[in-house]
Design a protein around this ligand. Structure first.
Ligand SMILES: Nc1ncnc2c1ncn2[C@@H]1O[C@H](COP(=O)(O)OP(=O)(O)OP(=O)(O)O)[C@@H](O)[C@H]1O
Length: 309
């Protein structure tokens, strides 16, 4: 039976009249990497802050490691690592002092793992936090978060502002941790290529609503991109296509992204195109961008995706 390290049931948070998270029902299984995606303001940080017990839900419930998130005891918190957006560190401390500070509070400490992550980011323990770059701060935060060997690691946008090499180091450190299949990472991100590399599951939020929750493969399988080519006169205006997620028009071409396209719709497209109708491969990055783009129309169809919701 699947064991879930984190579950929410209709978790909702309003700020005044603004609904930041709307009836979020999510289950994160133990082991592997779970990515929380969505545009700026979609509600990812608000959801994570409720999970960590830093923000009270307006309604709904959330549990982490079997305990209600609004009552997390020090013992439960000791099994969870959380790295907030922005990678905060006490500026006046050296890395060695930060390590000591964290070690004193931790139930366990894996010195080898701590050193390995520092080495990955080419960091020296004598360096002062205030003198570190954004990427270096991210490395220290990650090393401090991982060394206590938490069961659950929650990272809010960990790669924001990092150069590609630092991003790669962070992703590799995440992969290193999940070699142990008991460890679970939940992270929010806008870096879809990183997500494609590490995520076992993705959840997509759109304006506070959970719209997709499945494996990356399932998401790619459900979406399809079609290129329709036309003779002079260009593409005609389209009648309603319920599965349409994204549409791009060119003088003699129409690029369409569809979700859960039916055979009837595909054969309609084939008849519509006067020159050719071809299916193009769609990677996770382009699929998510199409899905989240302003022009997206029929995206709610992805509600029907199976998986972990
Ligand atoms: N403390 C707050 N007071 C009022 N509104 C807030 C507060 N925190 C978040 N919001 C609003 O809630 C919505 C969701 O914000 P949130 O920070 O959760 O989004 P996000 O998905 O994490 O965005 P980003 O990717 O930009 O970090 C936004 O409209 C935001 O303005």
């Amino acid at each position: 039976m699947t064991e879930y390290v984190l579950q929410t049931d209709r978790l909702t948070r309003y700020f005044g009249s603004k609904c930041a998270v709307n009836e979020l029902s999510l289950s994160v299984p133990r082991g592997g990497v779970f990515a929380l995606l969505g545009r700026n303001g979609a509600g990812k940080t608000t959801a994570i802050r409720m999970l960590m017990g830093f923000l009270q839900p307006t309604r709904g419930t959330a549990t982490i490691l079997g305990t209600d998130c609004s009552n997390l005891t020090p013992a439960i918190r000791g099994r969870i690592a959380y790295v907030a957006e922005g990678h905060f560190l006490y500026k006046w401390m050296t890395i060695a002092q930060l390590e000591q500070f964290q070690k004193n509070a931790a139930l366990r400490w894996n010195q080898k793992l701590f050193r390995a992550v520092l080495d990955h980011f080419a960091l020296d323990e004598k360096m002062k936090a205030g003198a570190l770059s954004r990427g270096q701060r991210a490395g220290v935060c990650l090393a401090l978060a991982l060394a206590p060997e938490p069961e659950l690691i929650i990272l809010d946008d960990p790669t924001i502002g990092l150069d590609p090499v630092a991003r790669r180091a962070l992703v590799e450190a995440m992969l290193m941790v999940t070699q142990n299949r008991d460890r679970t990472i939940l992270f929010s991100s806008h870096q879809l290529d990183d997500v494609e590399r590490v995520a076992d599951w993705i959840a997509i939020m759109l304006e506070g609503d959970l719209r997709v929750c499945c494996t990356p493969d399932e998401f790619r399988d459900r979406l399809s991109r079609w290129v329709l080519k036309f003779d002079d006169g260009g593409p005609p205006s389209l009648e309603e296509i319920p599965e349409l997620v994204h549409e791009m028009r060119f003088p003699n071409e129409l690029h369409l992204t569809l979700a859960n396209a039916s055979p009837e719709t595909i054969s309609k497209l084939q008849t519509l195109a006067t020159r050719s109708c071809e299916q193009l491969p769609l990677n996770l990055e382009n699929g998510v961008i199409d899905y989240l783009s302003d022009k997206s129309r029929g995206g709610s169809l992805l509600h029907t995706m199976g998986g972990l919701v």
